[in-house]
Design a protein around this ligand. Structure first.
Ligand code: ADP
Length: 412
């Protein structure tokens, strides 16, 4: 009996041991399997992280759309672009309200090939929404199908590139050409008209009339050459502005005097008073004297020519400050109405749009040249005006563009 019990006990113990061992083995196996899975998952995560870092390095916004038609990934550029919105989990329709986005996606899915299109959107439809303040803006949309192994569940990728800067400069170029053609057409049509009159039988015999026609033609030819010269100057300044300059130190005071000499005839004919007492002597500017002469010439000439009444006072000042130098050209003439002030530096902009027919000569390019030349020298310009009291063009130049030479101060 005892033996039987002993055998049964041993057998039971053996079974229990075998059972526990089995459980232990299973646990060890599961633990190992778990570890292998974790290692594998970590490797996958690290790989994905690396890819995402790479995609975050793109300057274009990138979205992935999953099988359920929801965004399942957006890179950092996309997140920045759509700053205030949740992207992942949204349908692309909710994120891009413009119908052309959706059409492009549907077309891509239908044809199973990439669709690339350029979108010109008004500010309110821009992906940037309320943050957008550039008016109309342009985007390149590139939608392409993805192979299933590319990203878990992703079936489409959407790439969005902001082309607004290129679009705007393209527009500026187009406007420039359109405006230039328009401005040139008027005097050329006038010259052509008078030439036709002169060529008519017998017209040349009338000497008085011929002289009058020729003088009108000569005036309009001058206008054509001035427009062309101004356009060339703008174009030079815009073709890599800094490279267009020939930088050398020059004394600012003597540059002002040169300009006043060139304008002497106009100053005398307008009985204008010019004050340059507040120009710091010994102020040396490191810049292109040719363009600085043009800047001062345009600003002082503008003050003189816009004011038909005699007795105008024009003041040129230049004071050094801790930041650099503040240069100003101020006059007490008719001034510029407030609503025109934001536009006066634009090409071809004239406050009186009918200047071509008045005695005031101008191309509307003078202040554009001034602004571009100042900016090419690392400076800024702005204008304030109280019509009839004070119109002031203020230029700021940083410290690294100037120096003061003492011997000028001592000599003056
Ligand atoms: P323009 O060749 O016609 O002078 P600008 O670009 O130099 O062109 O100037 C643009 C417009 O700004 C001018 O048409 C003029 O109406 C206005 N303006 C510029 N300077 C003055 C000033 N000192 N006083 C009054 N109006 C000015």
């Amino acid at each position: 009996m005892n033996l039987e019990w002993s055998i049964i006990s041993i057998a039971a113990a053996l079974i229990a041991w075998l059972y526990l061992d089995q459980i232990q083995r299973k646990k060890r196996y599961q633990f190992k399997l778990q570890r292998v899975k974790e290692i594998h998952q970590n490797a996958l995560d690290a790989e994905r992280k690396r890819h995402e870092l790479l995609l975050d390095g793109l300057s274009d916004a990138l979205f992935l759309v999953d099988d359920h038609g929801r965004i399942c990934y957006a890179n950092i550029t996309a997140k920045r672009m759509f700053a205030e919105r949740t992207l992942v989990g949204q349908s692309p329709q909710a994120v891009f309200p413009d119908a052309r986005f959706i059409t492009a996606m549907q077309e891509c899915e239908r044809m199973n090939k990439s669709v690339v299109t350029r979108l010109i959107l008004p500010q309110q439809l821009s992906p940037l929404g309320s943050q957008e303040n550039r008016g109309v803006n342009a985007w390149l949309l590139d939608v392409a199908p993805l192979p299933p192994e590319a990203y878990p569940q992703a079936k489409l990728r959407i790439l969005l590139r902001d082309l607004t800067a290129e679009y705007q400069s393209e527009q500026v170029r187009k406007d420039f050409v359109a405006n230039a053609s328009h401005e040139l057409r008027t005097p050329l049509a006038i010259i052509q008209g008078y030439l036709e009159n002169l060529l008519e039988a017998g017209a040349l015999k009338d000497q008085q009339m011929s002289a009058k026609f020729l003088s009108i033609m000569s005036k309009h030819t001058d206008r054509v050459s001035r427009i062309v010269e101004d356009m060339l100057m703008i174009s030079r300044l815009e073709s890599g502005e800094a490279a267009a300059l020939s930088i050398e130190p020059f004394e600012f005071y003597s540059c002002v005097q040169d300009v006043l000499e060139r304008l002497d005839h106009l100053i005398v004919s307008k009985s204008a008073k010019i004050k340059i007492d507040a120009v710091e002597r010994g102020l040396i500017i490191s810049g292109d004297r040719f363009y600085w002469t043009q800047v001062l010439f345009n600003l002082i000439e503008n003050a003189l020519k816009q004011n038909l009444q005699p007795g105008l006072t024009v003041e040129v000042t230049a004071h050094t400050t801790t930041d650099g130098v503040e240069i100003a050209v101020t006059d007490d003439g008719i001034g510029i109405p407030t609503n025109h002030l934001p536009f006066v530096f634009k090409r071809f902009y004239r406050v009186d749009q009918s200047h071509t027919n008045t005695s005031i000569k101008g191309t509307g390019l003078g202040l554009s040249i001034v602004k571009r030349a100042i900016e090419a020298h690392g400076g800024t310009i702005h204008v304030t005006s109280t019509p009839g009291k004070e119109t002031k063009f203020s230029i700021s130049l940083p410290n690294n563009k100037i120096q003061i030479e003492d011997h000028f101060s001592a000599a003056s």
